[in-house]
Design a protein around this ligand. Structure first.
Ligand code: IPE
Ligand code: IPE
Ligand code: MG
Length: 258
């Protein structure tokens, strides 16, 4: 049995289909989705989850109709305006990852302000991925590493070195990734960071993803055997480590995958 995940990442998908099923515009689905973000953040915090990372807008979502994109930007602004004071008081630290330079100046400054206002908090670490792409993150990290070490060759770059330049450098990798909305793909979310993450796919659309649905995902996670490349026997018989030090008990901090 695994203990409760410290870091849960969620691809919040299915807002549009949630609305369509009810003969409503897609933007209504997004508004309901935003309301559910408020709810799930509170629930995760109350459960004692330390890190929650939510995929809100991908680098590919600019391809959507302009009205839908601007409705999403409006919801993001509204979310920041209505939630940050409460987050600050509740001990939630907000980070936004992704290329924010593409956002309107007002949204950029509200994001900066929200991060600043909650920077001293150490309760739940809430990370919103907006204009985020996993490929962008890895490429940006490689370039940043090179810029930070102009005297070194790229041949010297290793996984740990790269990870320190990812947008998630301050966060542990997620143990559990949930995708709502019925699709079984990553859609350019945390590509590097999910190397050994347990992937949970559910048909529930994001606006309907409630406490019971979150609990079900966490229960599912608890049953997974995490081998990190080792065999079942190595993982399930930790005492063998005494006799064979090379088959040490799987300790997460001990795996830096690359
Ligand atoms: C997820 O819901 C929200 C965003 C991608 C911004 P969708 O809008 O993708 O909903 P579906 O997949 O069309 O149902
Ligand atoms: C992934 O959902 C991005 C977010 C949830 C923000 P999409 O709806 O954009 O994914 P695809 O296009 O179906 O892969
Ligand atoms: Mg979708």
């Amino acid at each position: 049995m695994n203990t409760q995940p410290k870091h849960i990442a969620i691809i919040m998908d299915g807002n549009g289909r949630w609305a369509k099923k009810r003969l409503m515009p897609r933007t209504v689905g997004h508004a309901r989705g935003a309301a559910n973000v408020r709810h799930i953040v509170k629930t995760a915090h109350a459960m004692g989850v330390r890190y929650l990372t939510l995929f809100a807008f991908s680098s590919e979502n600019w391809r959507r109709p302009p009205e839908e994109v601007s409705a999403l930007m409006g919801l993001f602004l509204q979310y920041l305006a209505s939630e940050v004071a409460e987050m600050r008081a509740a001990g939630i630290r907000l980070r936004v990852i992704g290329d924010r330079s593409a956002f309107a100046p007002l949204l950029q400054s509200r994001i900066d302000q929200a991060e600043h206002d909650t920077a001293d908090n150490d309760g739940l670490h809430l990370t919103i991925a907006a204009n985020y792409g996993g490929q962008w993150d890895v490429l940006t990290a490689v370039r940043a590493w090179q810029a930070a070490h102009p005297e070194r060759s790229l041949q010297e770059l290793d996984p740990a070195g790269l990870a320190t330049h990812l947008s998630t450098a301050e966060l542990p990798d997620p143990e559990l990734l949930i995708r709502t909305g019925g699709e079984s793909r990553i859609s350019n979310f945390l590509l590097w960071q999910t190397a050994y993450t347990e992937l949970y796919f559910t048909d529930v659309h994001w606006p309907d993803f409630d406490d019971a649905a979150l609990n079900k995902a966490v229960q599912w996670y608890a049953q997974r055997v995490r081998r990190f490349g080792r065999t079942d026997e190595q993982v399930l018989q930790p005492y063998s480590a005494e006799h064979h030090p090379s088959t040490a008990l799987v300790i997460e901090k001990d795996i830096k995958i690359g």
